[in-house]
Design a protein around this ligand. Structure first.
Ligand SMILES: Nc1ncnc2c1ncn2[C@@H]1O[C@H](COP(=O)(O)OP(=O)(O)OP(=O)(O)O)[C@@H](O)[C@H]1O
Length: 289
C-alpha cells in the first residue's frame, strides 16, 4: 500500500480541518410499527474517524442507509458540508459521500480495474455522444480515469491484480476493492459498513492502516464495526446505538468505561436503557389493570 496523496484538479479540495462534514439531525426511520432509528444526531468533522457501534439490530445499517439516500428518513435531516443531501443514492455519491456495504457488492464478472472504473462514473464529464463517437475527449477522459483507478488500486495494495476477475479475489481483497471503488468517486466522506467482517487479524490490522491513510488523504470516515479493538484503536470518537437510539458518544476511553455500553451488549437491563420507558409504561399499564 502506498500513501500517495497526489492531488488533481478533478478531485474535491480537502475540507479544512475541524469543519463539519456530516451533520445528521433527528434522524428517525420507521418500518411500519418498528422504529429502527430514533431521533439520532451525529456529526463527523473533517480529519475525523468516527465509529458507530451497537449490538445486532441496533439500527446502524439503517442509519447508514438514511445517510446515503437508500432510505428517506421518516423524520430528520442530513447535511453534507452544510447542504441537505439529495434523496437518491447516486446523487449522494456525486455530492461527495461514498460508502461500502456489509454484504460485498462487486461486479463479480468484471475485472478489479473495471470495478474501480465503475466507481468513477460520477466524476467523468464526458457525455453520451462523446462516448458513442469515441472522440479525442472521450479517449483523454478514459485514460485519465484509468490512471486514477490504477493509482487507487496501488493505494489499497491491489495494483498487481488489476486484470483479475473480482470474483476470484480472496474475501479480504474483495473488501479492499470495495474501498478502492468507493474512493474512485473522490468522496469527502467515506462510510464503511463492517469493513473487516470475515477478515483474519492480520488483514484487520492492514485495514486499520488503510483507514488511517484514507483519513490522511483528507477524507473523513464513519465506520460501523463489531471488532471493538479495531474501533477503539482507530476512532477519534465513537457513538453507540442501542435499539435505534444513541446511548453514548465520546472518545474510545469514555465509551469503553461506560457500564451501560457493556450492559447493552450483554442484553442486560440498565437505568435509562433505550426502549425501557416504553417497556415500563407497558408494564405499569398491565399492572394497573
Ligand atoms: N427494510 C426493512 N424493513 C423492515 N425492518 C427493517 C428493515 N431494515 C432493517 N429493519 C429492522 O430494523 C432494525 C435495525 O436493523 P439494522 O440492520 O439497521 O441493525 P444493525 O445495527 O445494522 O444490525 P447488525 O449489526 O446485525 O448489522 C432491525 O430490527 C431490523 O430487522
Amino acid at each position: 500500500m502506498t500513501t500517495d496523496t497526489t492531488t488533481s484538479k478533478d478531485r474535491p479540495a480537502a475540507t479544512p480541518a475541524g469543519e463539519t462534514v456530516l451533520d445528521a439531525k433527528g434522524v428517525t426511520m420507521r418500518f411500519g410499527g418498528l422504529t429502527a432509528v430514533r431521533s439520532v444526531d451525529l456529526t463527523v468533522n473533517s480529519g475525523e474517524i468516527v465509529g458507530l457501534i451497537g449490538p445486532n439490530g441496533a439500527g446502524k445499517t439503517t442509519f447508514f442507509n438514511c445517510l446515503t439516500g437508500l432510505y428517506i428518513p421518516t423524520e430528520g435531516e442530513v447535511r453534507y458540508k452544510g447542504k441537505v443531501l439529495p434523496s437518491k443514492s447516486f446523487k449522494v455519491t456525486a455530492a461527495g459521500v461514498a460508502r461500502t456495504f456489509q454484504n460485498i457488492r462487486l461486479f463479480a464478472n468484471m475485472t478489479v480495474l473495471e470495478n474501480v472504473l465503475v466507481g468513477r462514473h460520477t466524476r467523468t464529464k464526458e457525455g453520451l455522444w462523446s462516448a458513442l463517437l469515441r472522440g479525442p475527449g472521450f479517449h483523454k477522459a478514459e485514460a485519465k480515469s484509468k490512471a486514477r483507478a490504477l493509482e487507487l488500486l496501488e493505494f489499497v495494495g491491489l495494483a498487481e491484480k488489476a486484470d483479475h476477475l473480482s470474483r476470484n479475489l480472496p474475501y479480504g481483497e474483495q473488501r479492499k476493492l470495495e474501498i478502492a471503488r468507493a474512493l474512485a468517486s473522490e468522496p469527502g466522506l467515506l462510510l464503511l459498513d463492517e469493513p473487516t467482517a470475515g477478515m483474519n487479524p492480520q488483514e484487520t490490522r492492514a485495514t486499520e492502516e488503510l483507514v488511517f491513510a484514507i483519513r490522511d488523504m483528507g477524507i473523513a470516515v464513519l465506520v460501523i464495526e463489531h471488532d471493538m479493538r479495531f474501533i477503539f484503536n482507530l476512532c477519534d470518537r465513537v457513538a453507540v446505538l442501542v435499539q435505534g437510539e444513541k446511548l453514548v458518544e465520546g472518545d474510545s476511553e469514555t465509551v469503553q468505561q461506560d457500564d451501560r455500553v457493556i450492559a447493552a451488549y450483554l442484553g442486560e437491563p440498565f437505568e435509562g436503557a433505550p426502549g425501557s420507558t416504553e417497556a415500563d409504561a407497558t408494564g405499569n399499564e398491565e399492572n394497573s389493570r
